[in-house]
Design a binder for this molecule. Structure first.
Ligand code: NAD
Length: 480
């Protein structure tokens, strides 16, 4: 492995990169081998207060900035992201384990999100409403909501942060972001790029700390007007409740447990290959990961055999190795979490077709796993695995499978394969999910809305909807 340093870890407050000063530090650990690769400074109370004060001050001028100026800065960050994709992607791989191709790809591909916000912020429109009296003018104005607090996770650290920052800054808000402490380097990289692109001090602040302490402090502050969180359902509900008690807006991108419905008239081999490739991406630590495979009885054996065959072929290893297809889990705590799903499945009569156990050696490696025969009420079929575990079960017909697919409180992503337009329509209408993919995977583009329903969240990121959570609506009526 190259001896290039991992990253310069720091806070970014009021336009200054800050480290040292006796602040508490957290070890950053490479999940492929357990080595400590960096020390992340935590923000003190004074740091958080300074971030709040600078965001409040910066908002007063940034809210009046021209969308052309915002677009210029956002576009520059897109360019810089592509130029630095190798360096930023390498940092992501070292700190959270995904393959280098996935780490670099995350940055170069998701740089499009910042381009999208640069383009769309020029199209934030209001409207004029026909008056009832001839000398009255009625208008609807969209205004930036104010100082935002954003909390992002470790599974796509660049992607999640750039989407929230792009939306806040493009709308004319200032933002304080706390990324995931386990995977901080690309969020600091984003701050550097905005700094170099000429973003005024205070419009973006990056802080680190104990997640619950930082989020509660920021949400409680009267300066913060909007909360955006990506992470688990329980934490999302907790933060939404704190925000609700203070009547603050929220965008919540929470967990999922995506059903995949494979009908007997589908191209079954193609479906098996596509689902298998998506399932083990990022070691299954993806909110839209396909997790519950419902396969129609006639094609069940064929689908499962192919899915298993492909899964056996997966090369698991250090994400920095060029032939690795699946890296380690991001944390040691995720390994026992996987054991729990497998043990429960076995206790309830399920079969481990492949994998099902941790792998020998250092690092947080868990073998890619396929379970069959698991009952619908097993943990694997009801709780989000957030790891490399896939469960396959048979179904009879659409009327039988739709209620099973919709039976959980999750409603993020759903997948289906069918050769029939009629069935496609029934699935499209019947699946309770924020995003439905039929015969292909096409979600998460900058121009398409990404978000869940039910417990999977509130609001959308991307698409035309992307600024909705960052703008307020003001009605103005005026008489001559
Ligand atoms: P976790 O719940 O401890 O942490 C998940 C994320 O939420 C982390 O980034 C963490 O920093 C943050 N977090 C936790 N408590 C917080 C709080 N009080 N305030 C602000 N942020 C807080 O779980 P974990 O073991 O790190 O990850 C596993 C679980 O997290 C999974 O089951 C999955 O549901 C969820 N997760 C979801 C996503 C997603 O994209 N929706 C991403 C990462 C993790």
């Amino acid at each position: 492995m190259s001896q290039m340093p991992y990253a310069d870890l720091c806070l970014y407050i009021d336009g200054e990169f800050i480290r040292g000063g006796g602040r508490r530090e957290q070890d950053i650990v490479n999940p492929a081998n357990g080595e400590v690769i960096g020390k992340l400074p935590h923000a003190t109370r004074e740091d958080l207060d300074r971030a709040l004060a600078s965001a409040q001050r910066a908002f007063l001028t940034w809210r009046r900035s021209s969308p052309l100026e915002r677009a210029r800065i956002l576009r520059r960050v897109g360019e810089l992201s592509r130029e630095r994709a190798n360096e930023l992607g390498r940092g992501i791989t070292l700190e959270m384990g995904k393959t280098l191709a996935e780490g670099v790809g995350e940055v170069s591909w998701c740089a499009e999100h910042v381009d999208w916000h640069a383009e769309e912020c020029r199209r934030i429109y209001g409207r004029v409403i026909q008056p009832r009296l001839p000398n009255v003018r009625q208008m609807v104005l969209r205004e930036p909501v104010g100082v935002c607090a954003a909390f992002t996770p470790w599974n796509f650290p660049y992607n999640q942060a750039i989407r929230k920052i792009g939306a806040a800054i493009g709308a004319g808000c200032s933002v304080i972001i706390k990324g995931a402490e386990d995977a901080p380097s690309s969020v600091i990289g984003i701050a550097r790029m905005f700094h170099e692109a000429g973003l005024p001090p205070g419009v973006l602040n990056v802080v680190w700390g104990v997640p619950a302490e930082v989020s509660e402090y920021l949400i409680d502050s009267p300066i913060v007007r909007k909360i955006s969180f990506t992470g688990s359902v329980p934490v999302g509900k907790h933060l939404a409740a704190l925000a609700g008690a203070r009547m603050k807006r929220v965008t919540m991108e929470l967990g999922g447990h995506a059903p995949v419905i494979v009908c007997d008239d589908a191209d079954v081999d193609r479906a098996a290959d596509m689902v298998q490739a998506l399932k083990y991406r990022n070691a299954g630590q993806v909110c839209v990961s396909p997790t519950r495979m419902y396969v129609q009885k006639k094609v069940y054996d064929r689908f499962v055999a192919r899915f298993i065959e492909r899964t056996r072929e997966l090369k698991v290893g250090d994400g920095m190795a060029p032939d690795t297809v699946m890296g380690p889990l991001a944390h040691a705590r995720r390994v026992p979490a996987m054991d729990r799903f497998v043990e429960d499945a076995c206790r309830r009569g399920g079969r481990v077709e492949v994998g099902g156990e941790r792998m020998a050696g250092p690092g947080n490696f868990f073998a890619p796993t396929v379970l069959t025969g698991v009952p619908d009420d097993s943990l694997a079929m009801t709780e989000e695995p957030f790891g490399p575990i896939a469960s396959c079960v048979p179904f009879d017909d659409i009327d039988d499978v739709l209620p099973r697919a919709n039976s959980l409180e999750f409603g993020l992503s759903a997948y289906a394969f069918t050769g029939s337009t009629k069935r496609a329509l029934a699935l499209q209408d019947g699946l309770e999910a924020g995003m439905v993919n039929i015969n292909h995977f096409g979600q998460g583009l900058s121009e398409t809305p990404f978000g869940g329903i039910k417990d999977s969240g509130i609001g959308s990121e991307g698409g035309l909807e992307t600024f909705d959570g960052y703008l307020t609506t003001k009605f103005v009526t005026q008489m001559d």
